[in-house]
Design a protein around this ligand. Structure first.
Ligand SMILES: NC(=O)c1ccc[n+]([C@@H]2O[C@H](COP(=O)([O-])OP(=O)(O)OC[C@H]3O[C@@H](n4cnc5c(N)ncnc54)[C@H](OP(=O)(O)O)[C@@H]3O)[C@@H](O)[C@H]2O)c1
Length: 259
């Protein structure tokens, strides 16, 4: 069976760049997102540039059957997924009391449910092979409550704690779980989350998706458990341990608020 790296959310931003990094390292790829044309465009580019196989799988991860359908496809086509990258995700800025209900559900489904199911489904074959790498993209949002993005921050806390817990369970199995925690990053995320005016995005020079992808991929290959991108965020996360949670919530609200 040929070995593949499966990346969700590869049609834009960090996932697009993760696909480029993985292909440059000679990995065959399965690329997942809703926008098939974008995936196909990337696939053509990577196939000709790096001489790797790239399979495009258009899938909406808000569909509760999506993870099983992706897994079944890989089984049917005899694709052995040795690296699983759960990157697809979305946010939403605003007061929770006014938030669009459907979008909050979408966030939970993509950021939490699909990530959990894909991990559960692909893990046994990694364990049987005695080797596997799982990369879950959380955020520095995972480390504190996030007023004005309450559901998003909470989903990323889930990703952090879930990843750390199974990393512990998988010790000495040959399978590692890495949770990458980027800060604000240039991508399509801010448009989807209506964050163009947020203090985290407006008039700021945030790191590129390429930089965050290279950092996250390297952490996954090293089997690092928690990889926080950027010195300022490593300091912030460290300081948060000693601060009252009402303060960290207040600071997060200030940072998230439109300017
Ligand atoms: N950018 C930031 O500031 C930042 C900071 C910290 C963490 N992150 C995290 O990094 C990850 C990647 O985000 P990004 O910044 O690269 O955002 P992005 O540019 O908006 O890309 C998001 C990706 O997720 C896919 N996606 C969204 N909803 C989906 C669905 N229902 N089904 C399948 N795929 C879906 C999108 O593809 P389609 O639209 O084609 O489906 C796209 O490929 C996310 O988990 C995000 O939470 C981002």
């Amino acid at each position: 069976m040929k070995k593949y790296t499966l990346i969700t959310g590869a049609s834009a931003g960090i996932g697009w760049e993760l696909a480029r990094v993985a292909a440059a390292q000679g990995n065959h790829l399965v690329l997942v997102a809703r926008r098939r044309e974008r995936l196909q465009q990337l696939a053509e580019e990577l196939k000709s540039q790096y001489n790797v196989e790239v399979i495009v799988l258009a899938s909406d991860l808000t569909d509760q059957n999506a993870a099983t359908a992706i897994f079944d496809f890989c089984q049917r086509e005899k694709l052995q997924v040795q690296h699983l990258v759960n990157n697809a995700g979305l946010g939403d800025l605003g007061f929770f009391s006014e938030a669009e209900v459907g979008k909050q559900c979408e966030m939970i489904q993509v950021n939490i449910t699909a990530l959990t199911l894909l991990t559960r489904l692909f893990l046994p074959s990694m364990l049987a092979a005695g080797y596997g790498r799982i990369l879950n993209i959380a955020s520095v949002a995972a480390f504190q409550p996030g007023p004005l993005m309450a559901v998003y921050y909470a989903t990323k806390s889930y990703v952090l704690h879930f990843s750390e817990a199974i990393a512990n369970e998988l010790e000495k199995s040959g399978v590692t779980v890495t949770v990458a925690c980027p800060g604000p990053t240039e991508s399509e995320f801010k448009f989807v989350a209506h964050m163009e005016e947020s203090g985290l995005m407006k008039n700021r020079k945030n790191p590129s998706s390429r930089e965050v992808a290279a950092f996250s991929y390297a952490a996954m290959m090293k089997g690092k458990r928690v990889a926080i991108h950027g010195l300022q965020y490593r300091i912030m996360v460290f300081m948060a341990r000693f601060s009252p949670r009402s303060w960290t919530a207040r600071i997060a609200r200030f940072m998230n608020a439109p300017r």
